[in-house]
Design a protein around this ligand. Sequence first.
Ligand code: HEC
Length: 146
Amino acid sequence: MKRLTFAALATGLLAASAFAQDGKTLFEQRCAACHITHQPQSRQERMELKAPPAAGVMWHMKQEFTSKEKAVDFIVAYAKHPDAKKALCPSIRRFGVMPDGMAAGLSDEELKAIAEYWYDNFPPATYKHPKGMGKGMMGGGMGMNR
Ligand code: HEC
């Protein structure tokens, strides 16, 4: 009996650490096509954005939430059910609400690993949130964030 419990526990721990490593990979596979992990380097790249970059989204999350746990919970819930009424990123006015189904096939644990990776790595220390981002299509000052 004891042995079984230990085995179950060990498996659980292994799975947890595998998820932690996978956060980055899963983010890159499932989210980074839209939430790019660098800042746009040219006007063209800015024009072609499909969604707010990873740094900008997390900047808003960290303005809003006082703990990592709350931010992670919000991200997991939002990925499962995007909702314009819940959105914290004003750039939703430019991009429209995130499409449904981005979390399809991902477990809650995997989504959590994604959100934790995102929270832990964004925005980078050098990041300055662009002024005017989301205020209309062109967002004045969007190029000043390097
Ligand atoms: C097809 C493009 C696309 C993909 C892929 C995508 N997103 Fe998004 N996401 C968007 C757009 C567009 C917005 C901005 C509008 C909004 O806030 O709904 C957004 C916004 C968000 C926000 C901010 C919501 C807010 O408060 O405004 C979160 C959190 C988020 N996405 C999580 C994810 C996660 C997690 C993944 C990967 C599992 C993902 N997204 C993949 C398009 C995408």
